[in-house]
Design a protein around this ligand. Structure first.
Ligand code: CP
Length: 286
């Protein structure tokens, strides 16, 4: 039983082992049966991650249960803290998959919880399962994740997906990590040699990661959005063998007109996410 709140909870070897396991599962290996309940405690909207972990639970022979109608908001007749809610219901679960907008509150709530917890996106801090999905996609679609030239564009300061990816990239010896803005992921690039460049500087990249500019973020102004948007003109700057990943959902960060480009990998990446989440849930269950 092991909680995974950060990619650092897996470490280089653990992360790599999960990538190998995800590849084996994708190739037809049988998942190790885990009877019981995976509690999907999502206090923030999710489509891919919530349904992906629900499917992973089914693939393990377990049942996914949704924790919905949370009583932790002040508008409820009897508001309850996140910590109390999780303590009260953890007994019916074997694993808790948690998404919450406040990473500090979530961290306090899971401390001492007698169940493994999988971070399914906490605040603007980390989203380790997404990093596993991302690197599994790269390993599958490029035949390996090591020694690549990476570019990242979007709200890199506020993107929990970008943060976890950058932490994990330390273990894959990137030739280059090019930060294309508009914000900088300060504090998340330790151990990486990074450079900063304009969003148009896409030449030579093996992987472009479109972390996105979420609606309502500080980057809602049309000028910045247009400067970072991936359209056909920017696609033309990428090498022929490049891959473009995006954790999704997108607002307008990627022009739908480029979905048909062979380098556009975001829906294949979403499909491959099934195996990465299955490997992660199997591991966390212990
Ligand atoms: N990429 C991702 O976390 O998507 P959801 O918000 O739909 O889970």
């Amino acid at each position: 039983m092991s909680s995974i709140l950060s990619v650092d909870d897996l470490g280089a070897e653990g992360f790599d082992a999960l990538l190998a396991r995800a590849a084996a599962l994708a190739g037809g290996a049988r998942a190790h049966e885990r009877r019981g309940v995976a509690l999907l405690a999502f206090f923030q909207a999710s489509t891919r991650t919530r349904l992906g972990f629900a499917r992973a639970a089914v693939d393990l022979g377990a049942a996914p249960l949704d924790l919905s109608g949370a009583r932790h908001t002040a508008v409820m007749s009897a508001p309850e803290s996140l910590g109390d809610t999780l303590r009260a219901v953890a007994g019916i679960a074997d694993v808790v998959v948690l998404r919450h907008p406040d990473a500090d509150e979530a961290g306090r709530a899971v401390r001492g919880l007698d169940r493994p917890v999988v971070n399914a996106g906490l605040g603007d801090v980390e989203h380790p399962s997404q990093a596993l999905v991302d690197l599994h996609a790269v390993a599958t679609l490029r035949g390996g994740a090591r020694r690549l030239r990476w570019g990242l564009v979007g709200d890199l300061a506020g993107s929990r997906s970008a943060h976890s990816l950058l932490r994990a990239l330390r273990w894959y010896d990137p030739v280059e990590v090019r930060l294309l803005g508009p914000s900088r992921p300060d504090g998340w690039t330790d151990g990486l040699a990074v450079s900063e460049a304009d969003p148009d500087a896409l030449a030579g990249l093996d992987v472009l990661y479109v972390a996105g500019l979420p609606a309502g973020s500080a980057w809602g102004d049309p000028t910045t959005r247009a400067r970072c948007r991936l359209d056909a003109a920017r696609m033309a700057r990428l090498p022929e063998r490049a891959l473009v990943l995006c954790p999704l959902p997108r607002v307008d960060e990627i022009d739908v007109a480029v979905d048909a480009d062979p380098r556009a990998a975001w829906f294949r990446q979403a499909d491959l996410g099934r195996w990465a989440r299955l490997a992660l849930l199997e591991h966390a269950w212990g």
